[in-house]
Design a protein around this ligand. Sequence first.
Ligand SMILES: [Zn+2]
Length: 60
Amino acid sequence: MLPKQKISRARTRMRRSHHAREPINYVDCPRCNSPKLPHAACDNCGFVRPGLSLQVDQES
Ligand SMILES: [Zn+2]
């Protein structure tokens, strides 16, 4: 099956107007102030939220 009608350049561009990538959101770790992803453990110190933190390897 082929499309009945050619989609105009304007309609193609209107559709793709929602395809832009958004910047990744970071929050500052309250324990060590390094940027981390929300709801994820900090790469630097393993902090997730008050009362929960994960062990991170202290290599390198
Ligand atoms: Zn941290």
